[in-house]
Design a protein around this ligand. Structure first.
Ligand code: NDP
Length: 331
């Protein structure tokens, strides 16, 4: 059936300004790292993407190697875009990245100009797009001079293949250096994409958030549900068939241990007292930081997506609730 987006899609989503830029992003964005490769039915992918947009999620986050196999999430999303979203392109913010392993040999990984610009061309081909809205360097490269990586990102912008650029997984010092290197090209660093959740607070320990404030860079955090650990998925202590812990090397089953279960169950009780699910509490918690423009969630079903988006209806956390959470949220 031909897709027509819900006319009320902009009524309940909150849009936040990305640093000191002109771009706003939805408080919750959808990531296509898992659940959008060739191992998942295209129809379930299409249902999730349509539902997200119908509820005001304008931002979809990809990378060259999302799948499996690598590249297939971009190809599948490209198909959905072509079939369903042709008339909505200007209402969408689509990102991709390069920086991790993508193809064999020395030119398919890390941060060289050679890798980044050829990877971006490949991503555009798979997505069927002339440009992405945001192109990221996916992780810092200790070997490549940051000036070279910056010059590749700046070229992507000057060639019209990316509207904005960002970095992911950079520490505070490298973020400052990239910001300065891009400024030499008069290209602003729009956004930083770090991991952040109640189970991973390294950006608080490293002092990244004040640096984003100072530089006027937005923050978009990934894995805010700790890949499903901060949901009811594993609370019984068993690993359901088809879940990420059962299927992905990125979430080993060994993570579901007694220490995890006692923390997650304590947080679940706090969530219940607020009338929320654990997933919703986890999202309210990351969004409390003013530097967090958006949180990128994953979802393997429309039901999960709906539950997560409903988190935006919640009251902010009180000081008393934050201190109840504190002992269970790992530093
Ligand atoms: P989350 O922490 O949101 O985990 C998503 C997973 O949690 C889902 O696949 C699902 O797992 C489970 N889940 C989600 N909602 C619910 C719910 N309501 N109830 C029960 N289970 C639920 O994020 P991701 O780890 O998926 O990362 C999100 C995005 O962030 C990625 O798609 C990507 O765009 C980006 N990212 C960026 C990285 C980077 O280096 N820049 C690295 C990693 C991610 P299940 O499949 O078991 O149902």
């Amino acid at each position: 059936m031909i897709y027509r987006a819900d006319d009320s899609r902009y009524e309940s989503m909150q849009y936040n300004r990305t640093g000191r830029s002109g771009l706003t992003l939805p408080a919750l964005s959808l990531g296509l790292w898992h659940n959008f490769g060739d191992t998942k039915p295209l129809q379930s992918q299409r249902d999730i993407v349509r539902r997200a947009f119908d509820r005001g999620v304008t931002h979809f986050d990809l990378a060259n190697n999302y799948g499996p196999p690598y590249g297939s999430a971009e190809a599948n999303f490209g198909r959905i875009l072509a079939d369903d979203f042709g008339t909505y392109r200007d209402e969408l913010v689509i990102s991709s990245k390069a920086g991790y392993d993508m193809w064999p040999g020395p030119y398919g990984d890390f941060g060289s100009r050679k890798y980044l610009l050829s990877s971006l061309d490949q991503s555009l081909g798979r997505l069927g797009l002339d440009y992405v809205d945001i192109f990221y360097h996916h992780r810092p490269d200790p070997e490549t001079p940051i000036e070279e990586t910056a010059s590749a990102l700046a070229s992507a912008v000057s060639q019209g293949k990316a509207l904005y650029v960002g970095v992911s997984n950079y520490g505070p010092d490298d973020t400052r250096r990239m910001h300065a290197a891009l400024a030499e090209h008069r290209v602003p660093l729009l956004i930083h994409q770090p991991r952040y959740s109640m189970f991973d607070r390294h950006i608080e320990n490293e002092g990244l958030l004040p640096v984003l404030d100072e530089l006027g860079v937005g923050g978009i955090v990934f894995s805010p549900l700790a890949q499903g650990l901060l949901t009811d998925r594993y609370l019984t202590g068993t690993v359901p068939d088809g879940s990420r812990a059962a299927t992905s090397r990125f979430l080993p089953e060994s993570r579901i241990d007694e220490g995890y279960l006692s923390r997650a169950r304590a947080l679940d009780a706090i969530a219940k007292d607020r009338g929320q699910t654990l997933a919703q509490l986890a999202l309210t918690w990351v969004l409390r930081q003013p530097q967090v423009t958006s949180a990128i969630i994953g979802a393997s079903s429309v039901e999960q997506l709906d539950q997560n988006l409903d988190a935006l209806q919640a009251e902010p956390l009180t000081v008393a609730e934050l201190s109840l959470i504190e002992p269970h949220a790992v530093h």
